[in-house]
Design a protein around this ligand. Structure first.
Ligand code: FES
Length: 100
């Protein structure tokens, strides 16, 4: 398997394209297909991966995309205890959103 680092990239980004009902009506599936097609034809394919996801809670402005660095992926999260520990960690790390 080829990795981002093999091509001088520090990490790979995951591009989540919403396939929820609102984004679906506004072209979410076509957006995901276009991104995959475009990425597949250039060097970006080593640094980007397109994933489909459900509602991202920004329905009125779709189709929506969320970008996350691969370093944020957790693997081997198995069972309720692991899920609870992950939830507790995420809840603990969450900071209040403040306006500027
Ligand atoms: S359906 Fe895409 S953000 Fe809700």
């Amino acid at each position: 398997m080829t990795h981002a680092a093999d091509h001088g990239l520090d990490e790979r980004s995951l591009v989540f394209v919403c396939q929820g009902p609102s984004c679906g009506e506004r072209g979410g599936r076509q957006l995901a297909q276009w991104l995959r097609s475009w990425i597949g034809g250039c060097e970006a394919r080593f640094g980007l991966r397109v994933c489909e996801t459900t509602c991202l809670d920004h329905c009125p402005t779709g189709p929506n995309v969320a970008v996350q660095e691969e370093s944020g992926v957790r693997t081997g999260v198995v069972g309720e205890a692991a899920a609870r520990a992950l939830f507790a960690e995420l809840h603990e790390a969450r900071r209040p959103v403040t306006g500027s």
